[in-house]
Design a protein around this ligand. Structure first.
Ligand code: 2AM
Length: 172
């Protein structure tokens, strides 16, 4: 059966910030090895849905359209190492209640449509995957004003992946 693809809700940084985070990823890669996330793939995952069927996608879109959120700001100011999946991420030092509430609201909204993996929300932007060594890395704070949330599709492109936005809803 045809599927609607591997989908997830995320925040996409504005292009200038995406490019800045992409440069940071390459800088970290020089120190730590591994694979830098391509600038156009840089995002903050709100809720991973997994592989959906076309009917589920329609229901997820309707559910997302009913989720209300106010725009909010954040500062990504710390680089964190996640040893299990060997990721290097840019994270906010301060808690992000608005993003947590949005992730929770999305999880609740799709509850009857999708069995979502139970992983709790942790605000992070992945910069490097499968890093090889923990080099000295740090970052200057980067301000981000989130004004919409998106539904992204992850598609294989050769040996790589490309994330593309298939829908978006404003945080008003
Ligand atoms: P990331 O947010 O840490 O980068 C698309 O696959 C995106 O969803 C990836 O960016 C990935 O991690 C996140 N993701 C993949 N599998 C996941 C899972 N099982 N649970 C939560 N997030 C997942």
């Amino acid at each position: 059966m045809a599927t609607a693809g591997r989908l997830f809700f995320a925040l996409l940084p504005p292009p200038a910030l995406q490019a800045e985070l992409g440069r940071l990823a390459v800088w970290c890669q020089r120190r730590c090895g591994g694979f830098a996330v391509a600038p156009e793939n840089i995002h903050l995952t709100l809720l991973f849905l997994g592989e959906l069927l076309p009917g589920q996608l329609d229901a997820v879109r309707r559910a997302a359209a009913g989720v209300r959120c106010a725009s909010f700001g954040m500062s990504l100011d710390r680089i964190e190492y996640w040893p299990g999946p060997r990721l290097l991420c840019a994270v906010p030092s301060q808690p992000l209640p608005a993003a947590t509430a949005l992730a929770t609201a999305l999880r609740e909204a799709v509850r009857d449509t999708v069995v979502v993996p139970p992983r709790p929300f942790a605000a992070h932007v992945t910069l490097l995957r499968r890093l090889r060594r923990l080099g000295e890395v740090s970052m200057l704070p980067l301000a981000w004003s989130a004004t919409e949330f998106c539904l992204l599709r992850s598609q294989p492109v050769g040996r790589d992946v490309r994330y593309s936005s298939i829908d978006a809803w404003p945080c008003t």
